[in-house]
Design a protein around this ligand. Structure first.
Ligand code: NAD
Length: 277
């Protein structure tokens, strides 16, 4: 039976360290969140970001822009925040309206205020292994892996999902640990090869958003399983891995909810502290 990797326990320890660092600095930090238009799913994240920031004595400044804000106007707004000495970090809330190109906009957030690690300069530093700010969900997954104390060198690490904020940065970080990394995605499934990759995984990280995609019986005995997926099924939140069956075979497994989620927002605060102090 697997041991649980509970993000909230590590999150509490990290928050304590961050609080002490902020207090010792004597500085007043401000995190500015930019939201274009209204979106109930973003509201949940904003609420959690505000709560965590305020617990650490960080001022949380929500800037709500009209849903018709043009891309040039948004760029101008972000550039204003880049110049504002009182703003230490900038978050651009997802999803953005369809007329705004997120990849283009993320390049306008000053790298030193880019607390989500989405500016191409920060993404690029990940390739060199010198990234100061790492996309928060990927950083949270690494933090959980590190907490197991298991050496990753030489391990077969399989990531399912190749998004810019999760799968791709994780692949780079695991390579830096000298794991042997495979990245699976929709193409892997379409080719009918997902199961064989998952069965080989000593470390399995899944970030897709499809409940039950990873069958419990596929889990290699003793594997570490990090499930990042968030799915609502019959009023319950579940991950992408069949938890009950996977728990029987893995050595460590994240619960969903309560695994990666609670740590992600703390990684945001850590990025802010690393950018500002
Ligand atoms: P995304 O939507 O950008 O990408 C999905 C990935 O899944 C792609 O690589 C795609 O190729 C792959 N995929 C889709 N169908 C597949 C299939 N049948 N087989 C194999 N791969 C398949 O994803 P994202 O933004 O990285 O989010 C992924 C999941 O992680 C979502 O459930 C999201 O809610 C969750 N998430 C959780 C946190 C957290 O803090 N816990 C943060 C971010 C995202």
């Amino acid at each position: 039976m697997a041991k649980l990797l509970e993000g909230k326990i590590i999150a509490a320890q990290l928050k304590d360290i961050l609080l002490k660092k902020i207090q010792a600095s004597g500085k007043k930090l401000r995190l500015t969140s930019v939201q274009v238009g209204e979106n109930p799913s973003a509201d949940v994240y904003v609420k959690s970001q505000r709560k965590n920031a305020e617990l650490l004595g960080i001022e949380f400044d929500l800037q709500q822009l009209d849903k018709f804000t043009s891309e040039p106007k948004l760029v101008e707004f972000i550039q204003g925040l880049n110049r504002d000495p009182k703003t230490n970090g900038i978050i651009l809330q997802m999803p953005l309206p369809l007329h705004i190109d997120y990849k283009r906009i993320s390049g306008y957030i000053a790298p030193e205020k880019d607390v989500e690690g989405v500016n191409p300069a920060n993404m690029g530093r990940l390739v060199f292994g010198t990234g100061k700010v790492i996309p928060c969900t990927a950083a949270a997954a690494m933090e959980l892996l590190n907490s197991t104390g298991v050496k990753l060198e030489g391990k077969e690490a399989v990531i399912v999902g190749h998004s810019e904020i999760v799968g791709k940065p994780l692949a780079l970080m695991l390579l830096d640990k000298l794991a042997t990394v495979s990245v699976c995605h929709i193409g892997t499934s379409k080719a009918g090869k997902l199961e064989e990759h998952v069965r080989a995984a000593e470390v399995l990280i899944v970030a897709v958003g499809k409940a039950g995609l990873i069958k419990g019986e596929w889990i290699r005995p003793g594997a570490i399983v990090i499930d990042i997926g968030i799915n609502r099924v019959a009023d319950k939140i579940v991950g992408d891995v069949e938890f009950d069956a996977a728990e029987q075979k893995a050595s460590w497994i994240t619960p969903v909810p309560g695994g990666v989620g609670p740590l992600t927002v703390v990684m945001l605060m850590r990025n802010l502290v690393d950018c500002s102090l």
